[in-house]
Design a protein around this ligand. Structure first.
Ligand SMILES: Nc1nc2c(c(=O)[nH]1)N[C@H]1C(S)=C(S)[C@@H](COP(=O)(O)O)O[C@H]1N2
Ligand SMILES: [Mo]
Length: 320
């Protein structure tokens, strides 16, 4: 990345859209030259990537990447929510090594013409792996920037041919009570289940993830396969998925069952709708200086241009 610079134009002379377009053009050029990858050698060295993990490279997808500086490997893999392993931010890294991820299969069933159980190796090869730098905004008002490796979930759903009755898609996390110390402590209605509307699931930004920073996904981040839905609060992106079902009726997610007034089905990032117990107007970027100002949270986590049309006509205060 150091060989390339965003061309400098005085900010006073250009509109935000022009900045955005210019940067995007630059990104595409850089990507075409193979220069832009968040997991490039310099970035990897700086972020403390665990070099002992197996490689899982992906081709940089500049169109679907943000320009924010990726959060360090240390923070991405050490500050986690994965309640199956406990509620402390360090619990997933401490305990997720016990989760058995081999062998691993993913059942894709329900309202589909071709239900099928996929082996994880087949899933990794189902479509070309891409690297996409996404923002992740947690409902707890912190955020990260993560270079994920994977491809659009639509690639998988197309394979099973959803029927006309398939209106929603559910994602179920593995349940290994003996290996997951958080499960016996209640908290959620296990297994962890999350869901999307079919158009959300088919949106190109909705990503099936197998790796990060060019490495195979660590268990605490949802190995061997998790979801990344960047315009929604982090809890919508289920980890360590074993079952995907296309269904007709709007499903209840584990979080809706646990606290229906706090967590809705859509959970789109929305600075104007506070959580009943705290504001969602700003966020703390993990890994920045303790005195760094909080960032303003953006509607749809900054992905409005790509996703807002899916919600036109909806009252997002009611359908939170
Ligand atoms: N199965 C499962 N998936 C989960 C969670 C969880 O507790 N269990 N936590 C969610 C929340 S609240 C967030 S913010 C993201 C965090 O992902 P990360 O730890 O990879 O950053 O995972 C989501 N997926
Ligand atoms: Mo979260």
């Amino acid at each position: 990345m150091s060989r390339f610079r965003v061309p400098f134009v005085p900010a006073s002379e250009i509109t935000p859209e022009e900045i955005y377009r210019e940067r995007r053009r630059w990104l595409q050029q850089a990507a075409a030259l193979g220069a832009l990858t968040a997991a490039g050698p310099a970035a990897i060295a700086a972020s403390g990537v665990d070099e002992s993990r197996p490689d899982l490279p992906g081709t940089a997808n500049a169109r679907h990447s943000v320009l924010d500086k990726p959060t360090s490997w240390r923070d991405i893999t050490g500050y986690n929510n994965f309640y199956e392993f406990g509620t402390d931010k360090g619990d997933p890294r401490r305990h997720a090594g016990r989760m058995v991820t081999e062998p691993w299969t993913v059942e894709v069933a329900g309202e589909v013409l071709k239900p099928r159980t996929f082996d994880i190796d087949a899933l990794r090869k189902l479509a070309p792996l891409e690297e996409r730098v996404y923002r992740l905004r947690c409902v707890e008002a912190w955020s990260m920037v993560i270079p994920w490796i994977g491809y659009s979930l639509s690639e998988l759903l197309r394979q099973v041919e959803p029927t006309g009755n398939a209106k929603y898609v559910t994602f179920e996390t593995a349940l290994q009570p003996d290996n997951m110390p958080g499960v016996s402590r209640g908290i959620l209605d296990w297994p962890y289940v999350e869901a999307l509307r079919m158009d959300e699931a088919m949106h190109p930004l909705t990503m099936l993830v197998f790796g990060l920073y060019g490495k195979v996904l660590p268990n605490q981040n949802g190995a061997p396969m998790r979801l990344a839905v960047p315009w929604k609060y982090g809890f919508k992106s289920g980890k360590s998925i074993v079952r995907i079902r296309c269904v007709e009726e709007k499903p209840l997610s584990s979080w809706m069952i646990a606290a229906p007034t706090e967590y809705g089905f859509y959970a789109n990032v929305n600075p104007e709708v506070p959580h009943p117990r705290w504001s969602q107007a700003s966020e703390r970027r993990i890994g920045t200086h303790i005195l760094a100002p909080r960032e303003k949270t953006r509607m749809f986590n900054g992905y409005g241009e790509q996703v807002a049309s899916m919600y036109s006509g909806m009252d997002l205060r009611r359908d939170f």
